[in-house]
Design a protein around this ligand. Sequence first.
Ligand code: SF4
Ligand code: SF4
Ligand code: FES
Length: 509
Amino acid sequence: MPKITVDGSEYEVADGRTILQALDDLGVLMNGVDIPHYCWHPKLSIDGSCRLCQVEIEGIPKLQIACNTPIADGMKIHTQSERVASAREGVMELLLVNHPLDCPICDQAGECKLQDYAFEYGAEHSRTQEPRRAAKKRVDLGPTIVFDQERCILCRRCVRFCREVPGTSELAVFARGDHSVIETFPEMPLSNDYSMNVADICPVGALTTKDFRFKIRVWFLEDVPGVCTGCSNGCNVHLGVANNRVYRYTPRRNDAVNQTWLCDEGRLTYKRINADDRIDAAAVRNAGGILEAVPYDRALDAAAARIRRVIETKGAGAVGMLVSPHATNEDLAVARRFLDAIGSTQAGFALVHGRKDELLIKEEKAANAAGARGMGFEDAAPLLERVRGGAVEALVVMGQDVLAPAYASGRSALEGVDTLVLLDTHRSHLEALAHVVLPVRHAAEKHGTLTNVAGLVQTVEPAVEPAFEARAEGEVLWRLGQLLGLRGFEQPFVAARAASGPLGHRAEA
Ligand code: SF4
Ligand code: SF4
Ligand code: FES
């Protein structure tokens, strides 16, 4: 492997890479080796247009752009020399000549590369007094994105993204010279399935999402790592959290899962966390047939009493469980343990299917379908048939995927069961059938692991706390197991989790 020296430190790099690519591969770009860059992006083709990434290479008289200069064995690169600093200052001055400098009202302020690099590498004062070029503000590019022409530095990342990632090519550079502008083609709004990624990769405040703009200043947000639960791809996200509320998802780079992208639909699933239709209280159906809000422990007692009655009168085989492919592996391990302890094999999981593509979007619309399969759960259809046939009298149902059209023929069977204990995050028609309702936590509110479609086990940690009493499915089932006196459920739930053994499943990747 070729060796290069950057600012006196030697690195061994892969052959056939440019300087920026090689440093990015090593994880040191802007993380030990600072070569500021605008037009270069690790997942897009090289443009070489902004000229900010210039470096000095021994033996080459002129400065070279690091994004498009292939490495060679023995290359000695300087990123902090006076010549480099002066070139960066010149590029920054040029970029700022026509920039509106409206940072106080710009939604990108706080995460803007123009701000950051102007501070780090630019001049302290502007030498121009001429009026700045006026251009269009608030251009509606499509259903998701608003464009500010004045702020654009023409790095063309957005153009290359549309051409190279979704392959839809809605954006292009129109006109020439200092009249150049980014625009959509006539009758062709920016509306692909990944459109909001252009706001992430735009290094300035030119492209912003309609969903997030002006909601909150970014410096109030804490980026908490998490996983999108919109489909089985398990894209890595940052949850932007402030005041115990999630304001947005942005992509978290993982080259093995989602590179640096998110689909628009998945990106907006953060809204489910703070949604108005969250089930916010435990409830038990009273003698009058009305669901009545009760303390959580009373609902657990009621559920355990109903399940116990079915076991005593009909046997353990009359108790079934429809687990959720949205639950964590740890929740599902407790579900498996619960069923084994009572001696029932009546189990399955319902799963919503939908559109897929070749990039990220997967057909299975749940984050842990692979985990459910790995835990030995099968599709819900056979279980629903057995419920319809009267073999199951008490059913614990996690989530509402059973309401999907695919299960329409079987789910009417749920109306006939003696006991339906519902563990769910959001309101649905299932509440009308449930005898006991227990609010549970969203993946953004609990610890655990999720197995994606490729078998990668990924960890989730709580980013926010629910504003009401809600527990993870595993904890609910553990408590039920204790109330039923099941063997293996003797320890308190927290102690059992700390001991790790009883939950049975540990993350491996
Ligand atoms: S809109 Fe943003 S990403 Fe697109 S060319 Fe302008 S600065 Fe670059
Ligand atoms: S592809 Fe799937 S996991 Fe990725 S962002 Fe979209 S919905 Fe979420
Ligand atoms: S990042 Fe190299 S020229 Fe723009």
